[in-house]
Design a binder for this molecule. Structure first.
Ligand SMILES: Nc1ncnc2c1ncn2[C@@H]1O[C@H](COP(=O)(O)OP(=O)(O)O)[C@@H](O)[C@H]1O
Ligand SMILES: O=C(O)C1=C[C@@H](OP(=O)(O)O)[C@@H](O)[C@H](O)C1
Ligand SMILES: [Mg+2]
Length: 193
């Protein structure tokens, strides 16, 4: 049974931001594979790409993918390229529900051109270049269980869409995503009611 939510998708689709909000809302812990790679290496993603190359980053990312897949009740936001290695997809799928976030190239460019911490995004790019990169990645995102177009949605609307998916799965597949309150907190709340 699936026990983690794994957000996949192209850079700038909102995986990190949405993941954080969703985790807070449903009281799951939040993990970002990019942050885990940075913690393990003591380097920023840009430093790894610049000083050691993309392959080193991909190796670290695979190790993290395996590690996070052993956990439970986590919202896992991934880096956009994690799906490039089939072994990562297989391991993430073993315990995670894969939700792909998408957006149009124009929206993506609008979102990612504001900040410069993504080594694969260059200042001189534009929406057309983004569209080409996205087309190359498209087959890799087919592994997703669900897809949400975020182009015209607020962050909260995206989060709500994911919550609807989880509610439907609770009804239809008997999964538990919204944990009942247990222990002291539940007793305190029932006294207040
Ligand atoms: N639905 C959305 N509406 C408005 N801004 C968004 C939305 N999704 C993401 N963003 C913004 O786009 C930027 C990139 O988002 P981020 O979560 O880092 O994407 P990813 O982790 O997929 O690369 C952030 O500044 C974020 O606030
Ligand atoms: O698409 C990619 O190959 C990458 C996406 C980035 O994460 P975000 O998708 O969170 O930007 C980060 O892992 C790295 O810069 C490479
Ligand atoms: Mg991210």
């Amino acid at each position: 049974m699936k026990r983690n939510i794994v957000l996949i998708g192209f850079m700038g689709t909102g995986k990190s931001t949405v993941g954080k909000i969703l985790a807070h809302k449903i009281s799951f812990e939040y993990i970002d594979t990019d942050r885990e790679v940075e913690k393990v290496t003591g380097l920023t993603i840009s430093q790894i790409f610049d000083n050691h190359g993309e392959q080193r980053f991909r190796s670290e990312e695979s190790i993290v993918a395996h590690k996070v897949s052993t956990l439970q009740q986590k919202i896992i936001s991934t880096g956009g390229g994690i799906v490039l290695r089939p072994e990562n997809v297989e391991t993430l799928q073993s315990t995670g529900l894969l939700i792909e976030l998408t957006a149009t190239p124009e929206v993506i460019w609008e979102r990612v051109s504001r900040r410069s911490h993504r080594p694969l995004i260059k200042k001189e790019m534009n929406a057309e270049v983004i569209a080409e990169l996205m087309a190359g990645r498209e087959p890799y995102y087919q592994c997703a269980d669900y897809r949400i177009d975020t182009s015209e949605k607020t962050l909260l609307q995206v989060v709500e869409e994911i919550e609807k998916i989880l509610q439907a799965r609770e009804k239809e597949q008997g999964e538990t995503w919204f944990r009942p309150l247990v222990g002291r907190k539940a007793i305190e709340l029932s006294r207040e009611a």
